[in-house]
Write a protein that binds this ligand. Structure first.
Ligand code: ATP
Ligand code: MG
Length: 451
């Protein structure tokens, strides 16, 4: 720029994070593990839009919930006046899609999703305004068996991710009728302790007293702990369903505790509710929440269809993975290609493509604005890339129809291998493939997770 005007930098939105390349391998590992675990239970992926009609969440989540009351990114589309919302969660979207496309016409469906969610919360550790969830929704299933299966699927995921410090809390919140009986007693109880209720609780006293049980206010804990328990109000069927879930979990050695105060944030839950909790993340310790939501689909105008699901917070789980000492040691590539001169550059393109065809990850040195084209500078880049091999094509190599292959990893000398070899151009791919396969046999995995 000729005129030296200072241009102000634009920064990202508060509470919405960039996921940088350094963290990408951990995300990939997480997502790949999720994908394979969910697939192994027969769950199929569904992708719904990030923007939905605002009414979907208002109806689906209930008007008196944290999300609908104060956390939604809602706006009017200035082009046509539509009221829209960035999805704060994805159960409502999945259920809408299932209904719209009549997905359950030929039987129940096991569905899962992953993606960003948006809530206007106060940003802090483990709580962001854009965050990611993985969720599963089993639509059309009525029995305790699917509830237990969902829970066991989570357990397997924790195991596969190497996470051992997550415990399961379980409760049943019965059906509407049972909750109504409980509700009357609960309101009476809270009215006796009105002086202890905070403003949130007072506001909810008549609108949604069950949610008061969910309070995080320390001053209310003791009073809330002694409140009438929904579990004591369950009828025969609800009780049998809850027993059914527990029986399967016990039979499969899945430990749990029953937490009578567990009610979950959304209004549409019934019967089984559960949370996976850890002590390692401070006050944002819930990594996954779920439960049954039999009434929801009817609320959306569909035929009565039972369903059960969960959603987990990806950022919180990744933090747990980091805390559990696991570190991804990513290498950018297997081979870094160094070249000097125009003809050598042309040759190196050919070789790079051949190496990639053989399945290797290859970084070909390219010109950059900040110099670094000298042989020495290129070798430095090769080193920093973590490549197992640098392949060098300089003037001498070009003349002789060869390339120099240099081992970049330690431990090579001990294994009695030459550190550097001059090979005929056509022999380079086979040589490197052989070396890498050999390394695998020696358990020197070139890219893997190192606990
Ligand atoms: P919390 O009580 O922590 O606000 P919630 O009941 O609002 O949680 P759910 O709506 O059940 O959470 O979402 C499921 C999971 O998604 C949570 O257990 C948590 O791991 C994650 N999660 C929810 N809100 C956020 C957020 N703002 N930032 C990061 N993760 C979140
Ligand atoms: Mg919340």
């Amino acid at each position: 720029m000729s005129e030296q005007k200072k241009v102000e930098k634009i920064v990202g939105v508060k509470g919405m994070n960039d996921i940088l390349p350094a963290d990408a391998p951990l995300w990939e590992l997480f997502e790949n593990t999720v994908q394979s675990v969910l697939k192994s239970y027969g769950f199929q992926q569904i992708r719904t839009p990030i923007v939905e009609p605002t009414a979907l969440f208002a109806r689906g989540l209930g008007e008196v919930t944290d999300i609908v009351e104060k956390e939604m990114y809602s706006f009017t589309d200035s082009m046509n006046g539509d009221n829209l919302t960035l999805r704060p969660e994805n159960t409502a979207g999945v259920v809408r899609a299932a209904l719209e496309h009549n997905l359950t016409y030929d039987g129940p469906k096991r569905l899962w999703y992953v993606g960003p969610m948006f809530r206007h919360e106060r940003p802090q550790r483990g709580r962001y305004r854009q965050f990611h969830q993985v969720g599963a929704e089993a639509v059309g299933f009525s029995g305790p068996d699917i509830d237990a299966e969902l829970i066991m699927m989570c357990q397997r995921l924790w195991d596969d991710l190497g996470l051992s410090d997550i415990r399961l809390e379980l409760n049943s919140i019965g059906n509407a009728e049972e909750r109504n009986k409980h509700r009357a007693d609960l309101i009476a109880y809270f009215e006796q302790h009105k002086d202890l209720l905070d403003t949130d609780a007072q506001r909810r006293l008549h609108a949604n007293p069950l949610r008061i049980l969910d309070t995080k206010n320390p001053a209310m804990q003791e009073m809330v702990n002694a409140a009438p328990k929904l579990l004591d109000y369950l009828g025969e069927e609800s009780r049998a369903h809850f027993e059914g879930v527990q029986k399967i979990l016990r039979h499969n050695n899945i430990p749990f505790t029953i937490n009578p105060r567990l009610v979950r944030g959304m209004d549409y839950y019934n019967r089984t509710v559960f949370e996976w909790v850890t002590d390692q993340l401070g006050s944002q310790g819930t990594v996954c929440g779920g439960g049954r939501y039999d009434p929801l689909i009817e609320m959306f105008g569909g035929k009565p269809t039972p369903a059960c699901g969960f959603a987990m917070g990806v950022e919180r789980l990744l933090e747990l993975m980091k805390a559990s000492g696991e570190q991804y040691a990513p290498n950018q590539c297997d081979v870094y290609l160094v070249h000097q001169g125009e003809d050598a550059q042309l040759q190196s393109f050919v070789l790079a493509e051949r190496l990639r065809t053989a399945g290797l990850d290859v970084v070909l040195h390219c010109a950059s604005s900040n110099g670094g084209g000298s042989f020495k500078a290129q070798m430095k880049r090769a080193d920093a890339s973590g490549a197992a091999f640098a392949v060098i094509i300089g003037e001498d190599e070009l003349k002789g129809g060869t390339a120099t292959v240099k081992h970049m990893r330690e431990g090579n000398a001990e294994e009695g291998r030459a550190n550097q070899n001059s090979l005929p151009f056509d022999g380079v791919v086979d040589y490197i493939v052989e070396q890498i396969v050999g390394d695998h046999d020696h358990d020197h995995d070139h890219v893997h997770y190192h606990p």
